[in-house]
Design a protein around this ligand. Structure first.
Ligand code: SF4
Length: 74
């Protein structure tokens, strides 16, 4: 069986704390209580969260979220 796994990274320096990513995928993103900037909850979200993570990337106004995709399988 093959599939694609995602690796998520965030740039907190770039983040302006809109919370859009949290709204799109609260399982993956959170906001720091102090500065409101993004906190990554999981670097490797499962395939069931891929769509939500892509939405988070789309709504981020400052391109602070990056995705790397890795093909699984052999
Ligand atoms: S959507 Fe972008 S700017 Fe907004 S909190 Fe998330 S990472 Fe930060």
């Amino acid at each position: 069986m093959t599939g694609t796994s995602l690796r998520v990274s965030v740039d907190r320096d770039r983040c302006v704390g809109t919370g859009g990513c949290v709204f799109a995928a609260e399982e993956v993103f959170d906001q720091n209580d102090e500065d409101g900037r993004v906190v990554l909850r999981t670097e490797y979200p499962g395939p069931d969260l891929a769509e939500a993570v892509r939405q988070a990337v789309d709504v981020c106004p400052v391109y602070a979220i990056a995705l790397a995709e890795k093909e699984n399988g052999r």
